[in-house]
Design a protein. Sequence first.
Length: 81
Amino acid sequence: MARVIVDVMLKPEILDPQGQAIARALPRLGFSGVAGVRQGKRFELELDGPADEAALSEVRKMAETLLANTVIEDFTIHVER
C-alpha cells in the first residue's frame, strides 16, 4: 500500500484572495515577518498497490480531471515514504 500526495496551488499569475486575507490577518494576530501567503489544497491518496509508474500515471489523470482546475491551478505529485 502506498500513499501519494497531490498538492494543488493557484498558478502564480492568479490572484489569491484567501491568501491575501490570511496575510493581512497575521500581523493583527501578533505574527510578523511574513511577506506573502498563497493558500492551496492537499490530497492524500491511499493506493491499493505500489506507487509504480502506472499508478502515478492514474493519479496524474485524477489530478488533471478532478483534483485541480488546470486552467488556474498547478499540481505536484509525490510519494510519501
